[in-house]
Design a protein around this ligand. Structure first.
Ligand SMILES: Cc1cc2nc3c(=O)[nH]c(=O)nc-3n(C[C@H](O)[C@H](O)[C@H](O)COP(=O)(O)OP(=O)(O)OC[C@H]3O[C@@H](n4cnc5c(N)ncnc54)[C@H](O)[C@@H]3O)c2cc1C
Ligand code: SF4
Length: 448
């Protein structure tokens, strides 16, 4: 057993990482699906979308062949509507709320229809927006992820000049560096970033990290306001013996490598254990299989009933051939010659319900051992505590604390997205960016 790269032929990589939710191939296909919509009054899908996209309206526009209008309806609520149409966990959002579910029929394919309109707009480069005249204000945005981009777009639209400071060499945040490659390709992410920036009035300074290349105090002095959208990025340690052995990697770094290199360069094991059952764990597991791992086992300390991933994600991992061990927690990593060879796990059981009704996993004292040559840790992410406390932002375990206006404890400094909520979805970050921009415009006395 060894961890090695270049396991498959180019055709296998291409097919394993092809689009997991292919778009409508024909105009007719989109039209037939759009015509299934009941155009509900007070639509539950719109209420379940964190960015409140007017779903019945954009679908109605597709039925009348007004694709430009449809794309505008989507982008008005969510400027990253194209990306969201590929990555949103729709079964727990808009599509999960579709009334067809109550009729035991397939819900409307809202995301696919959203993808149809928005990708056409991006491909055709339709100029859907024009900035208001310059209002004389300048705002710094830190982080070019979904929150930062949505904030920058809304500010620029209102005539504000925006400078984005981004530590990486590309924009898009975790869309570019985290989300599974079979959901969004690097080319798609670049096109979406270009689409947002095509409005004008936004300059991105790549390779500039807050706390290293720029300081918050400088930005606060130089600009009329600052928005922080730096996300959460550090993987949580397991805190068990042997974690430092070669072959134990964290999911964020593994996926980052995968998203920034060609597939044949990514080393993966024969027998991989993935710790965790969230979206990141599922992405790490399914992508390991698609890179050529022979056996991938996901380990979770609770039961399937409490899994944090969605059923759809679990089904993808099952179809890919991943195995699951429920009620188990990693206890020790054992190695040979500095390389991981085994993972010892404790068997868990669920304890009594706490005040919230949640039953915590309890160690039964029994253990079992798995033979592995790679362990991927996906037990959650922790915020950039050093950067946040270094900038004197009030925080709780690194998560920035904001008030109802998205303002931090520092006057003129606002924040939103994963760096505040600790890690949700892209669509939540987009809404946080919109909220931040609205608060900044009010703070600057600009009526939109
Ligand atoms: C592996 C993985 C898979 C995921 N899959 C999905 C999915 O399928 N669907 C979904 O909806 N969500 C998914 N998510 C969650 C989603 O990606 C995030 O919720 C979303 O990207 C948060 O947006 P954000 O702008 O707040 O932060 P981020 O996307 O993290 O963007 C923050 C940006 O700030 C930059 N930055 C960080 N520190 C600094 C600094 N000091 N100075 C300057 N710039 C800095 C970062 O480089 C980054 O570009 C996934 C997350 C992970 C980790
Ligand atoms: S942004 Fe996401 S949740 Fe909202 S309507 Fe589109 S696919 Fe559904």
């Amino acid at each position: 057993m060894t961890i090695k790269a270049n396991r498959l032929d180019p055709e296998s990589y291409a097919s394993n990482f092809s689009d997991v939710h292919p778009p409508f191939e024909t105009k007719e296909g989109a039209l037939v699906e759009a015509n299934r919509c009941l155009f509900c009054y007070d639509a539950p899908c719109t209420k379940s979308c964190p960015t409140s996209i007017d779903v019945p309206q954009f679908i109605r526009e597709i039925t009348t062949a007004n694709i430009k209008g449809s794309a505008k309806t989507i982008f008005d609520a969510n400027i990253l509507g194209a990306g969201c149409s590929r990555v949103c966990p729709v079964e727990k959002l808009c599509e999960g709320a579709c009334v067809y579910n109550n009729l035991h029929e397939k819900p409307i394919s809202i995301a696919r229809l959203q993808r149809y309109s928005t990708e056409m707009a991006i491909r055709e480069k339709w100029p859907l927006y024009q900035r208001k005249p310059d209002n004389g204000k300048r705002v710094a945005v830190v982080g070019a992820g979904p929150a930062g981009l949505a904030c920058a777009h809304a500010l620029s639209l209102a005539g504000t000049a925006v400078d984005i400071y981004e530590k990486e060499e590309k924009g898009g945040g975790l869309m570019t560096y985290g989300v599974a490659a079979y959901k969004v390709t690097p080319e798609f992410c670049q096109d979406e970033v270009d689409w947002v920036l095509s409005l004008g009035g936004i300059t991105v300074h790549y390779g500039k990290a807050l706390g290293k290349d720029v300081q918050l105090s400088e930005l606060n002095e130089k600009y009329d306001a600052v928005f922080l959208g730096i996300g959460v990025g550090v993987a949580r340690e397991l805190g068990i013996p042997g974690e430092e052995l070669e072959g134990v990697v964290d999911a964020i770094s593994f996926i980052y490598e995968l998203r920034t290199n060609s597939y044949e360069k990514i080393a993966v094991g024969d027998k991989v254990a993935v710790i965790g059952m969230g979206m990141t764990a599922i992405d790490a597991a399914t992508q390991s299989i698609r890179l050529g791992a022979k056996e991938v086992t996901l380990i979770y300390r609770r039961t399937e009933h409490e899994k944090p991933c969605t059923q759809k994600e679990l089904d993808i991992a099952r179809l890919d051939g991943c195995q699951f061990i429920w009620l188990a927690a990693p206890k020790e990593v054992i190695g040979n010659d500095g390389k991981v060879t085994q993972l010892v796990c404790s068997r868990m059981k669920l304890g009594e319900p706490d005040a919230s009704g949640r039953r915590a996993p309890v160690d039964t004292g029994e253990t079992f051992t798995l033979a592995v040559d790679m362990i991927i840790k996906a037990a959650g992410q922790i915020p950039f505590v050093d950067v946040v406390s270094g900038a004197a932002i009030k925080h709780q375990s690194g998560k920035m604390i904001i008030d109802a206006t998205t303002s931090t404890n520092i006057a003129g400094v606002f924040a939103g997205g994963d760096c505040v909520n600790g890690g949700k979805e892209v669509v939540n970050a987009v809404q946080a960016g919109k909220d931040g921009a609205a608060s900044i415009l009010t703070y600057l006395g600009i009526t939109n």
